[in-house]
Design a protein. Structure first.
Length: 64
C-alpha cells in the first residue's frame, strides 16, 4: 500500500539580514516561493556599546 503525503506549502519565509552576510542570496531563493517574505535586520554590537547607539547605526545603514 502506498502512502499519500500531503505537501504543506510555505506561507512565509523569514530572512535574517546581517551587514555583508548571506541574506541577499536567501532573498533571491525566497522569491521563488509564492510566500510572504519577512526581512529581519540583525546588528552586531560590542558588549560595551549601548543598544540605542546600535539602533541609530542600523537606521543610518537602512537609509543609505
Amino acid at each position: 500500500m502506498q502512502r499519500h503525503s500531503e505537501f504543506s506549502p510555505i506561507h512565509s519565509v523569514l530572512i535574517p539580514l546581517v551587514h555583508e552576510g548571506p541574506g541577499l542570496h536567501a532573498l533571491e531563493t525566497a522569491r521563488l516561493f509564492d510566500a510572504e517574505i519577512i526581512l529581519v535586520g540583525v546588528v552586531v554590537l560590542p558588549p560595551e556599546e549601548s543598544l540605542s547607539k546600535g539602533a541609530a547605526a542600523a537606521r543610518a545603514r537602512a537609509n543609505c
